[in-house]
Design a protein around this ligand. Structure first.
Ligand code: FES
Length: 154
């Protein structure tokens, strides 16, 4: 049995046929839609590397079954910049050196964008750290990340 879904990814309509209902949004993005910016870390909802926005809300794409996303609007890290102009959160991450190896950075940025959109960030570092607690950084670049989100919130 196959499943046909249609979803919008970074503003583009995508019609997809799935042969396996267990395909995650993460694998769909990376392996079928040529969008490798979303990273696979734990693949079990524990690290946040795979964070995207689904209908404007933060989600771990490794936990979202693609088959359930018919009609959804998905935004990935590739969909943030406008041409040569970075999203303010992306620019703030650069300004504050908010990364070391960079593997978690797409998920951190997408989570920050969602947090700010939810009005949950404020410019309180403690609140930001709590709001971003689902996004792990093995290099422990948390100070720069928090400063970047603070800055982007202002
Ligand atoms: Fe999805 Fe870790 S890869 S939470």
């Amino acid at each position: 049995m196959s499943y046909s879904i249609s979803l919008t990814v970074n503003g583009a309509q995508q019609a997809v046929t799935l042969d396996d209902p267990r395909v995650t949004l993460l694998d769909l993005l990376r392996e079928r839609l040529d969008l490798p910016g979303t990273k696979k870390g734990c693949d079990r909802g524990q690290c946040g590397a795979c964070t995207v926005l689904i209908d404007g809300r933060r989600a771990n794409s490794c936990l979202a079954l693609a088959v359930t996303l018919d009609g959804a609007e998905v935004t990935t890290i590739e969909g943030l910049a406008r041409g040569e102009t970075l999203h303010p959160v992306q620019a703030a991450f650069i300004d504050h050196d908010a990364f070391q190896c960079g593997y978690c950075t797409p998920g951190q940025i997408m989570s920050a964008v969602g947090l700010i959109a939810e009005g949950q960030a404020g410019d309180d570092p403690e609140r930001i750290r709590e709001g971003m607690s689902g996004n792990l950084c093995r290099c422990a670049a948390y100070h720069g990340i928090t400063q970047a989100v603070c800055d982007a919130t202002r």
